[in-house]
Design a protein around this ligand. Structure first.
Ligand code: SF4
Length: 608
């Protein structure tokens, strides 16, 4: 559709794609009516530009800001790129993004410290306090004029030319911008958000890739301590003569020792054992340990050492534990070599997001109208954008003789899965993405012999740094464009979400299994919690099945990156017959095959 008098003045492109105008209108309406909006739209549809255009129209006469939170830097940069396009036709708008201090700091500080954002922050405070940072000049930072559309690259360049700290400059000016894109963490962690000096009630919160927000919040309220870390705590406690840390650590070690299989323990009884041991309340203990730990960290920073403290870590664990007492959404789990406090339902964080902000817009290619229920939003408008694909654009198939069901996993099952992969690799000379249910399934497929396939095979490694992973994905894409390549990763991993594979980069996605978590005691406790909250049937659906199917949909969605794209999705698990209705309509399987020979036939016909 071409632009006319109904067009949005913030839409910078010549033509609207199907349904884009509808999304702009719905965004505007929801903001004006102060109603939460949940949007499911396929990748490549142009969600970002439409929501920005609608939100800018709705807020042009007031001082509401658009706070756009993302899971990855790539997604945050995309917002700035689109804002740049809007700026070319509407130069009153402004947009900025921010990164962690450790990423933007130009000081010669080791990568080891940079990897730990909290330690880096302590080190930076110490350096500033001792006036050792040549880039920290409050006056210069106050005076610098940052660009109206501030990409990280442009701001860093400008700040370094003026010899001032890019992080402090952005932090100082961020509140003046209309559009602010940043990582989830800045908003989920209230103390970090407060430092930005932004009034949440005056912000429209856009949650990008919203299917990830719950897990991100759960992680913030969960904490794990290993035996190794506890042993280091003992050394530190002796060195700094912190008796209480020594007593608690010995008690926890006594509880963990000898544990072989995962088990849930009563967190209240655990807390009272600690209280009995120290004759202090857990809140007091936590406060004390956090204070001492912080002192140690500052001292280490002043001695130019890595400001890390195991006592501080223990304090954090005890602090979360004291907050969890009496709350059924937390479980305390013992495993061989570790103890973990796990939060199943980060209600406090979710409540803040959906109550404090002016309104919210949740965006994803996978969420359904059940998102409200899972997030605890009372009322929201749900918009599902489905594009009409021609039947010859998408081939979606289920294989009926394979599964990643825990009871049925064995070398023979992995060999059967591999047969489908081999056939696909013989026909497809483009990118093939294989996303497994878990690292265990991935290992099973390697052991079955995937490396014998005569095509470059790239394998995801959970211990790889994100930078190394990005390099590996780029290499895979390069090979995929030439003569074809295979990427073997996991659902919910770094390659199955937030990465685009245009053209020939991923013509086929194979889902090897369904990523249902292993039914460990902690997973069973989570399901029980959700069953209590939503009833027996819905509890399992909300707490276990839907989050896994969102991961599947993300991975399957890599295949189509735009309305004209073509590709095949192969579901290697017969259970998809039961659960596929939880997937967006366009990716639901339409055919069932029974062996690799049938797949060969289907692929040959489709890609002929
Ligand atoms: S003020 Fe900026 S440049 Fe200086 S140490 Fe901190 S982050 Fe680095």
């Amino acid at each position: 559709m071409t632009l006319n008098e109904n067009s949005s003045k913030y839409f910078p492109y010549e033509k609207y794609r199907e349904k884009q105008l509808k999304l702009i209108e719905m965004t505007k309406k929801s903001i004006l009516e102060k109603t939460h909006l949940v949007i499911q739209a396929p990748a490549g549809f142009g969600k970002t530009i439409c929501v920005l255009a609608g939100a800018l129209e709705a807020t042009e006469k007031n001082n509401l800001k658009i706070l756009w939170i993302c899971r990855t830097h790539r997604e945050a940069d995309r917002v700035i790129d689109e804002a740049k396009e809007i700026y070319s036709i509407n130069p009153w708008i402004s947009a900025i993004t921010i990164r962690a201090r450790s990423e933007l700091c130009p000081m010669p500080i080791s990568n080891e410290i940079r990897r730990d954002a909290e330690s880096f922050s302590i080190l930076c405070s110490e350096i500033k306090k001792r006036r050792l940072c040549p880039y920290y000049s409050p006056q210069k930072i106050k005076n610098i004029e940052l660009p109206a559309i501030g990409s990280i690259k442009d701001i860093t360049k400008q700040c370094l030319e003026h010899h001032i700290c890019p992080y402090e400059s952005i932090r100082k000016k961020i509140g003046k911008y209309k559009i602010i894109s940043l990582a989830y963490l800045y908003v989920l962690k209230q103390p970090i958000f407060k430092r930005l000096n932004i009034n949440e009630e005056k912000c429209i919160l856009v949650i990008d890739e919203a299917h990830n927000i719950l897990e991100a919040a759960q992680k913030l309220l969960s904490e794990k301590i290993t035996i190794k870390s506890l042993k280091m705590t003992l050394i530190e406690a002796k060195k700094y003569k912190v008796n209480v840390a020594e007593e608690i650590t010995n008690k926890i070690l006594e509880i963990i020792n000898g544990v072989k299989n995962e088990k849930i323990i009563d967190k209240e009884k655990f807390a009272s054992k600690i209280e009995k041991e120290t004759a202090k309340k857990v809140e007091e203990i936590a406060k004390h340990l956090l204070e001492i730990g912080m002192k140690i960290r500052r001292q280490l920073a002043s001695e130019n050492k890595i400001p890390r403290s195991h006592i501080h870590h223990l304090g954090k664990f005890i602090s979360l534990l004291s907050n969890a007492i009496g709350k059924e959404e937390y479980s305390l789990i013992l495993r061989e070599n570790e103890i973990e406090l796990l939060c199943f339902d980060p209600k406090s964080i979710m409540r803040r997001l959906f109550k404090k902000f002016f309104t919210t817009i949740s965006l994803s290619g996978t969420i359904s109208n059940r998102y409200n229920k899972i997030m605890g939003i009372k009322q929201a408008r749900f918009l599902e954008i489905t594009l009409k694909y021609n039947p010859d654009q998408i081939l979606s198939i289920i294989a009926s003789n394979v599964t990643s069901d825990y009871e049925k996993r064995n070398p023979q099952m992995y060999r059967k899965m591999l047969e489908y992969i081999i056939v696909t690799s013989e026909i497809i000379n483009a990118g093939i993405g294989i996303f497994t249910a878990s690292y265990n399934v991935l290992k099973g497929i390697i052991e079955a012999g995937i490396l014998n396939i005569k095509k470059p095979v790239f394998i995801e490694d959970e211990n790889m740094t994100s930078r190394m992973n990005e390099i590996q994905i780029e290499l895979f894409k390069e090979k995929a464009r030439k003569n074809g390549a295979i990427y073997l990763g996991v659902c919910g991993g770094r390659a199955s979400e937030g990465v685009d594979y245009p053209g020939k980069e991923m013509d086929v996605v194979i889902l090897a299994g369904i990523p249902f978590p292993e039914p460990t005691p902690s997973i069973k406790a989570k399901i029980k919690y959700y069953e209590k909250k939503y009833g027996r049937k819905m509890g399992k659906l909300y707490g276990y099945i839907i989050p896994s199917m969102w991961k599947v949909a993300q991975a399957a969605g890599r295949v189509i990156r735009g309305p004209e794209d073509r590709g095949a999705i192969i579901y290697l698990d017969k259970r998809y017959q039961k659960y596929s209705k939880l997937l967006p309509k366009w990716m639901r399987p339409r055919k069932t095959i029974h062996d690799a020979a049938e797949l060969k036939e289907e692929l040959s016909l489709f890609f002929a």
